[in-house]
Design a protein around this ligand. Structure first.
Ligand code: 13P
Length: 342
């Protein structure tokens, strides 16, 4: 029976509330291993591994079968290729994760394309046929999804045109996900690229979040069944990094002004930050003592969790456990700083 897009039933609503809450609570976070095939191939090639489907599978299997991963990881975001793959012994990746109590997520956008009448800004694509794909992903075991919008800071950037187009696509994606009982992880990333200061990032992130929540609300998205995946508010990557206390204060101010308290959790992306610095920012953002915040604050890191593991493994069977140890080291470091916020 087709699911109504306008009025999801009570079961669907309860389901997305439950999954969204589980993703961001229990001192766990999200592991993002959803790199596109070209990106994954480039990362494999950089450590001397031939970029084949089997090697992409082996790398993801090394990560996702790491012992006790579930102690610090609530959910894993897979590339659609991985969701359709099995481990070397024939177990579907979705079953491997579900058996460990790790929620299965899938990246559903199809990447960016140039936005006309802008100076090189992009809009994220993937809405065509998305409903059908979501039905297939749900049948394959996915409980949540991810869509990444990309905004750049620069002279007169991001433009209102780019912000509006990306926020609109995020809202359409999010409402389609919920109609299929899938939790949308809403990722509007303001890139670190550039030599701007923290104030420019704060301004851009504020404008983006304001428009994203305006469009989510206009599209009828149930915010209690979503997770926000934003950037930390940081200076550009070509200027010195800001101290954790400053990043935490500015990030909290921006979130406080634009993220409704009905959103259960905020799971930050790492954006190319050095792994230890991403952890320090996450730690500084946590509530102290009896302090209460409107949302759980956790991680949904890609590179800050997996880069050390990729280097340690480097495609060698005899270094499988080294790769897993490197991943677990970062997972434990991040999960270890999380504090209940609600
Ligand atoms: P990074 O943490 O490497 O930025 O990746 C997170 C992610 O999922 C990007 O879409």
């Amino acid at each position: 029976m087709p699911v109504s897009i306008l009025a999801p039933g009570a079961d669907v609503r309860d389901g997305v509330h439950d999954v969204a809450g589980r993703l961001v609570s229990g001192r766990r976070g999200i592991l993002a291993v959803d790199e596109s095939i070209p990106t994954m191939n480039a990362r494999l090639a950089a450590v001397g591994v031939e970029p084949t489907a089997d090697n992409r599978r082996d790398y993801r299997e090394m990560l996702l079968s790491a012992p006790s991963l579930e102690h610090g990881v609530s959910g894993a975001i897979l590339n659609p290729e991985t969701l359709g793959q099995t481990t070397a012994d024939g177990t579907p990746f979705a079953d491997l994760l579900a058996a460990r109590g790790i929620l299965v997520g899938v990246k559903v956008d199809t990447g960016t394309s140039l936005l006309p009448r802008t100076a090189g800004e992009t809009v994220t694509e993937g809405l065509d046929g998305l409903g059908e794909r979501l039905a297939g992903y749900a049948a394959a075991g996915a409980r949540f999804a991810k869509w990444r919008a990309v905004l750049r800071v620069g002279p007169r950037r991001p433009t209102a045109r780019a912000v509006t187009a990306n926020a609109h696509a995020l809202a359409r994606y999010a409402s389609l996900c919920q109609a299929h009982g899938i939790v949308p992880v809403v990722e509007p990333e303001v890139l670190m690229d550039g030599d701007h200061g923290v104030a420019r990032c704060a301004l851009a992130t504020s404008g983006v979040l304001r428009e994203v929540f305006r469009q989510l609300t206009a599209a009828g998205v149930d915010l209690a069944g979503t997770v926000l995946k934003p950037n930390f508010v940081v200076p550009g990557s070509r200027v010195p990094a800001a101290p954790p206390a400053e990043v935490a204060a500015v990030t909290r101010e921006v979130l406080g002004a634009h993220v409704p308290p009905t959103v259960p959790g905020v799971a930050f992306l790492s954006g190319g930050l050095p792994p230890e610095l991403a952890t320090a920012y996450l730690a500084a953002l946590q509530p102290s003592g009896a302090e209460r915040l409107p949302w759980q604050l956790t991680f949904s890191f890609g590179r800050a969790l997996v880069d050390p593991a990729l280097t340690a493994w480097a495609g060698r069977r005899d270094r499988w456990a080294d790769g897993q140890r490197a991943l677990l080291h970062r997972v434990e470091a991040n999960a270890g700083v999380l504090r209940p916020a609600l």
